[in-house]
Design a protein around this ligand. Structure first.
Ligand code: HEC
Length: 249
């Protein structure tokens, strides 16, 4: 709190601004988590996030090819079982261009995959109308590529620090928690985020670091939830006269 201002006694308009922001960012956080469940969460073919999912996503399931692993994981619902098996069989037989059409696999791709995996779909996904993009994914699955990791890393570093900067600025005005706890909660997402992203890269080289991904991600979620609920509580449920605990003057 600055100059005696805290979340309980700031004016109503500022409360509305802070609350609106926190609500939208909160929904965003839930959406991001849902997306993680549907992509990484499905990497091992089972719903729900596990250490295996993280290993498969970053290190890769090196016993198989990316196409096969995806068809048994997050792409499982994209084609009928016999069509999926047809693709997998073709991939196991070497994914030759000469048999792509004759085996009927091309048709299966057209009917089931191009809707999202093409330039027209504009989803930023690998374009499977180009054969080389299929061929590339018919090799051993070594997890996230270097280029996808750099892309996702910088987007997360910029985007997430932006979000947590403002969540932190709001939480600076909290007065019901001691200063040490307040400071820890403000710093935690930034530390967790760096840890989380560093551990994606480390997991790419050694699956043992998958645990660090989970710890980093959980730390971030925990700090977010804590700051969110304390801020909301102080703005709307705490009585004006209550003595501040956090005094930084
Ligand atoms: C409804 C849209 C949609 C359809 C249809 C679809 N995919 Fe995907 N596909 C995605 C999304 C989104 C991703 C990225 C998330 C992921 O990897 O799970 C993806 C990723 C992939 C990847 C990983 C690419 C990479 O380089 O990381 C492969 C391989 C893949 N899909 C294969 C297929 C195949 C084969 C089909 C057809 C049987 C198919 N997909 C149909 C949406 C789709």
């Amino acid at each position: 709190m600055i100059n005696g201002y805290n979340l309980t006694n700031i004016g109503i308009s500022l409360k509305v601004l802070f609350t609106s922001y926190l609500c939208v960012v909160g929904i965003g956080y839930m959406m991001a988590f849902t997306q993680i469940l549907f992509t990484h969460g499905m990497a091992d073919g089972k719903f729900g996030l596990s250490v295996d999912d993280i290993v498969y996503s970053y290190y890769g399931d090196r016993t198989g090819t990316l196409i096969e692993n995806k068809l048994n994981g997050s792409m499982k619902d994209m084609a009928e079982d016999h069509d999926r098996l047809e693709i997998i069989k073709w991939v196991r037989e070497g994914a030759e261009e000469s048999t792509f059409e004759s085996s009927g696999v091309k048709m299966i791709f057209e009917n089931n995959c191009f809707a999202c995996h093409s330039a027209e779909a504009e989803m930023g996904l690998p374009d499977f109308t180009k054969f080389e993009n299929i061929k590339e994914r018919a090799k051993q699955d070594t997890g996230a590529t270097f280029s996808s990791l750099t892309r996702v890393s910088h987007i997360h570093l910029f985007g997430i620090s932006f979000i947590f900067f403002f969540v932190g600025v709001i939480f600076v005005f909290a007065s019901s928690v001691p200063v040490w706890l307040k400071s820890a909660a403000i710093a935690m997402p930034f530390i967790s985020q760096v840890m989380d992203i560093a551990s994606w890269w480390l997991t790419k080289f050694d699956p043992v670091f998958a645990w660090l991904v989970i710890i980093g991600g959980s730390g971030m979620g925990l700090a977010f939830a804590f700051m969110w609920f304390v801020s909301m509580y102080e703005m709307w449920f705490r009585k004006k006269g209550e003595q501040p605990v956090a005094d930084e003057q």
